[in-house]
Write a protein that binds this ligand. Structure first.
Ligand code: NOJ
Length: 580
């Protein structure tokens, strides 16, 4: 469900409301055509996600930038990854760190210039790395020229670029806002005596996709980037773009089926088909849908090849699983297995455990205590790199970077965290409980500066970083890990290579083994006569696994303890890939 994206606000609200965060009504589609021979570069790619603000600062202003990324291209190449998904780099007042765009065809001043962008793209292409842009078009910034025009009067030609509700009609029906202090998605604007809609913050007004002029402007903007040679697009929050614009009252309990009421409206597929015709079909680009509605049918509806919409689903159901109170490994296995089966024959999905909207992978799904951080990071990377679907590695996860667990609200930057704090304050919420919650869940945990070395501020900047550096950088950093053959970083590189060398790990059939084992995730990947067994102990204790095969006859290809022979008793967080 979409609410997982903005874990701070929504999960906290959900825990108070007692709403479930699991997707419902999920059923694998049955209209299937075999396409496993349908090989594509983006299926074989390993994607590395860069949150530019946090990666590398080149000019000492404390903010990561494009020149910083350019200076680290050889590092990115050394990971063995094929593509980079770059979070938004467009002009923005940064209410939501670039997800509030004020000019789609310009570069954010903090990040550099268009020349820097061109140099970055060139540098990536010279190294055979593809670039995937983040396209944020469910909403713009309120500082975008379109919105300035739109709000200026009811008769302005840009009025219909956004959703307005005249105040003469009374207050519109309630809509939940994910980032608003009052959770109210309608903001009164006195300039024209009307309310505008903002599913995210007040500075992120929703664009009106029903307006064909707006749609054409967006497509032309996308062609501008595609003409520059970018290799793909990730569509931000696009499910929200299509909605019922009569804005009817919602039934009680609507939050349990949030996406159904707020998003995935009847025109969604018309927009995506049109976008495909107007943009994607003209270029060799990879296209990813952020979130894919509630169900697998929704996801298939967006990414099956014959529909000519998008290429790849980026489902959210599994990100919900890790909670401050822990999670069930059986549940994790069941969710991944269900999603794998849905794409076994048709369509394609992304596999990931973290991104810029989540706290750190190792802190949520692994164990960031000193004894287990490294082992469990390696185990989780073994997992995402051995599943079917395109693996996405979020920056720093190759090093096993962990949560910063800030305790003071002043240390946070994220609009979702800060506004929800304000909401709790204004409504008499339990602030102590809230702070405990965000220490684990806040998106800022995943946004602390990249840990390059043990110099001050982790070598990220010579200035003051925009977000505090995690103090553990003196121990966890890329420079130290370069020198250590068995570091998380070098393990990650080996695991990427293993995947790239073995098409079975990309295209192979996935079969879950020892299904009811509450500690170990075991599966095989099989393709063109080759068979790989993956065993992952997700716990801090020794665990037994029953694979039903004689693993002593297999060849150990990688093991996070460095063992070349393994048994069916796995050590804490042990990960192994065996060719049978
Ligand atoms: C999804 C993005 O991943 C997130 O960072 C952002 O805050 C919202 N969409 C709004 O654009």
């Amino acid at each position: 469900m979409k609410k997982t994206l903005y874990s701070t606000a929504f999960l906290f609200a959900a825990s108070l409301l007692g709403t479930s965060c699991n997707s419902s009504g999920t059923k694998a589609t049955t209209t299937i055509s075999k396409d496993s021979s349908n090989k594509k570069w983006w299926k074989e790619a390993v994607v590395y996600q860069i949150y530019p603000r946090s990666f590398k600062d080149s000019d000492g202003d404390g903010i990561g930038d494009l020149k910083g990324i350019i200076s680290k291209l050889d590092y990115i190449k050394s990971l063995g990854v094929d593509a980079v998904w770059l979070n938004p780099i467009y002009s923005s007042p940064n209410d939501d760190n670039g997800y509030d765009v004020s000019d789609y065809q310009n570069i954010m001043e903090d990040f550099g210039t268009m020349e820097d962008f061109d140099a970055l793209l060139k540098g990536m292409h010279e190294r055979n790395i593809k670039l995937v842009m983040d396209i944020v078009v469910n909403h713009s910034s309120d500082e975008h020229e379109w919105f300035k025009q739109s709000r200026s009067s009811k008769t302005n030609p840009y009025r219909n670029y956004y959703h307005w509700w005249d105040a003469e009609r009374g207050k519109p029906n309630y809509r939940y806002s994910l980032f608003d202090v009052n959770h109210d998605a309608w903001k009164y604007d006195s300039a024209s005596n009307a309310y505008y809609l903002h599913y995210f913050s007040q500075k992120q007004p929703d664009l009106n996709w029903e307006n064909p002029k707006l749609r054409q402007e967006i497509y032309s903007m996308m062609r501008f980037w595609a003409d520059k040679g970018v290799d793909g697009f990730r569509l931000d929050a696009f499910g929200f773009a299509a909605k019922d614009t009569s804005f009817p009252a919602f039934p009680k309990g609507f939050e349990k089926n949030f996406m159904q009421y707020y998003a995935m409206g009847p025109h969604l597929h018309d927009y995506l088909k049109e976008m495909n015709q107007e943009v994607f079909s003209k270029y060799n680009v990879m296209t990813v849908a952020e979130g894919t509605g509630n169900t697998m049918e929704d996801a298939h509806g967006m990414v099956d090849e014959d529909r000519k919409e998008l290429n790849m689903a980026y489902p959210f159901e599994w990100v919900d699983i890790a909670r401050p109170e822990g999670y069930s490994i059986l549940h994790l296995k069941q969710v991944f297995t269900k999603w794998d089966s849905a794409f076994a024959d048709k369509g394609w999905m992304a596999v990931f455990l973290a991104n810029h909207d989540q706290a750190r992978m190792v802190s949520r799904f692994g164990n960031d205590k000193p004894a287990f951080r490294e082992l469990s990071s390696k185990m989780l990377n073994t997992f995402i790199l051995s599943m079917r679907g395109t693996p996405y590695c979020y920056l720093g996860d190759e090093l096993g970077m962990s949560n910063a667990y800030f305790s003071a609200i002043e240390d946070y930057n994220d609009v979702a965290t800060l506004n929800e704090y304000e909401h709790q304050k204004q409504t008499g919420g339990d602030l102590k409980k809230f702070m405990q919650h965000v220490a684990f869940t806040s998106r800022d945990n995943g946004r602390t500066p990249f840990q390059w070395d043990s110099a001050v501020h982790a070598g990220f900047t010579t200035g003051k970083p925009w977000l505090k550096t995690n103090p553990n950088y003196t121990m966890i950093n890329a420079a130290a890990q370069e020198k250590e053959a068995n570091s998380c970083l070098n393990y990650f590189r080996k695991m990427v290579k293993l995947r790239k060398d073995n098409p079975a790990l990309v295209y192979g059939k996935y079969t879950l083994l020892d299904k009811d084992n509450p500690a170990v995730y075991a599966y095989t990947r099989e393709h063109e006569g080759r068979k790989f067994l993956v065993l992952l102990n997700f716990t801090a204790k020794d665990a037994n696994v029953k694979t039903g095969v004689d693993i002593s006859k297999g060849k150990v290809l990688i093991n996070n303890y460095g063992a070349t022979v393994v048994s069916e008793i796995l050590k804490p967080y042990e990960a192994v890939v065996i060719e049978l």
